[in-house]
Design a protein around this ligand. Structure first.
Ligand code: NAD
Ligand code: ZN
Length: 369
């Protein structure tokens, strides 16, 4: 069974489809749990993104390898894996560089609807092709993924929890600990208190930041965010001046670092301009719309502020994620509190409703129910 997005913005349809065997360097994975991330919603709405339908969305998931194609040696049937939207070939200059996770071959590609090997899809219904999404397409009981896009993890890890490490939690947590790198006692501003932003807050807590300021337009987010270490809250709607000015006043000139997890260009500008001159670092995580651009005065850079961005928290999926799973196993990282809802695959459209209403954090979708 798979949840097919036949048209932009229309409820997904749960139905039987055909999933072809894995080809060269591909694996077929039986998905047990998948959850919904805001990136799926943007491509389903296709308002600010190129429409490509019919498509199977989904990229935050956990599964077990069912079969492998020619040339696959790193994983075998029965291995527990997290499919990851950005891959690691282990051979290109990016994979060989310690600084980058932007693999030349398998970096995130939102436009590709077929598999890298032959450009064709492995999904079809009555002979009609159904496109892939991010190379993962996890809203399906079975999916086919390039071997460079699966992280083999500890088989003891609970499938319904570590699922969220396949996108949102690693993305937010890594944006803080790998990219912003706040110092002990430092101040951190988090824009957007969905699951990605709260994972960034969790990273700030682990780095022992002293002030973690949460910024969101939705006041319902604030109560929940206390559980994630946020110490103060700002709703831009409550002020008649730009939120970056409010934060500068609260902190005597600006925060040491900020992490933007909204996808709004307005928040991106505020996140940059609210960091302290001389040393402040802002990190962009939110996915922009196709035609977005933003404006800021160059003096903010001259005054020694740094603006960075990252996909997947700068983690190399195959090399680093098994270690992040171990952090969860050793209780150094909490995941359970991110999972606020759970639905069977047949009710997957409810997960979209919760996300659109800004209700809860991650909704777990159970494939076998
Ligand atoms: P979410 O919808 O659960 O949370 C986003 C939050 O941002 C919401 O609470 C919303 O009220 C708030 N928000 C929106 N506009 C705002 C603004 N102008 N100012 C303050 N708050 C605002 O989404 P999520 O699943 O947590 O994802 C967050 C973002 O991260 C999305 O843009 C998603 O596409 C992106 N993302 C990026 C990566 C990456 O690798 N870079 C990976 C996963 C998700
Ligand atoms: Zn995601």
């Amino acid at each position: 069974m798979s949840a097919v997005a036949w048209e932009a913005g229309k409820p997904l349809s749960v139905e039987e489809i055909e999933v072809a065997p894995p080809q060269k360097n591909e694996v077929r994975v039986k998905i047990h749990f998948t959850s919904l991330c805001h990136t799926d919603v943007y491509f389903w709405e296709a308002k600010g993104q190129n429409p490509l339908f019919p498509r199977i969305l989904g990229h935050e998931a956990e599964g077990v390898v069912e079969s492998v194609g020619e040339g696959v040696i790193d994983v075998q049937p029965g291995d527990h894996v997290l499919p990851i939207f950005t891959g690691e070939c282990k051979e290109c200059p990016h994979c060989l560089s310690e600084a980058s996770n932007m693999c030349d071959l398998l970096r995130i590609n939102t436009e590709r609807g077929g598999m890298l090997h032959d450009g064709h899809t492995r999904f079809s219904k009555d002979g009609k092709p159904i496109y892939h999404f991010l190379g993962t397409s996890t809203f399906s009981e079975y999916t086919v993924v390039h071997v460079g896009q699966v992280a083999k993890i500890n088989p003891e890890a609970p499938l319904d929890k570590v699922c969220v490490l396949s996108c949102g939690m690693s993305t937010g947590f890594g944006a803080t600990v790998n990219v912003a790198k706040p110092k002990k006692g430092g101040s951190v501003a988090i824009f957007g208190l969905g699951a990605v932003g709260l994972a960034a807050a969790e990273g700030a807590r682990v780095c022992e930041a002293s002030r973690i300021i949460g910024i969101d337009l939705n006041p319902n987010r604030f109560e929940e965010a206390k559980k994630f270490g946020c110490t103060e809250f700002v709703n831009p709607k409550d002020h008649n001046k730009p939120v970056q000015e409010v934060i500068a006043e609260m902190t005597g000139g600006g925060v040491d670092c900020s992490i933007e997890c909204t996808g709004s260009t307005q928040a991106m500008v505020s996140a940059f301009e609210c960091v302290h001159d001389g040393w402040g670092v802002a990190v962009l995580v939110g996915v922009p719309s196709r035609d977005d651009s933003f404006k800021t005065h160059p003096i903010h850079f001259l005054n020694e502020r740094t603006l960075r961005g990252t996909f997947f928290g700068n983690y190399k999926p195959r090399s680093d994620i098994p270690g992040v799973v171990e952090k969860y196993m050793k209780k150094e990282l909490e995941l359970d509190k991110f999972i606020t809802h759970s639905v069977p695959l047949l009710d997957i459209n409810k997960a979209f409703e919760y996300m659109l209403r800004g209700e809860g954090l991650r909704c777990m979708i159970r494939m076998d129910a």
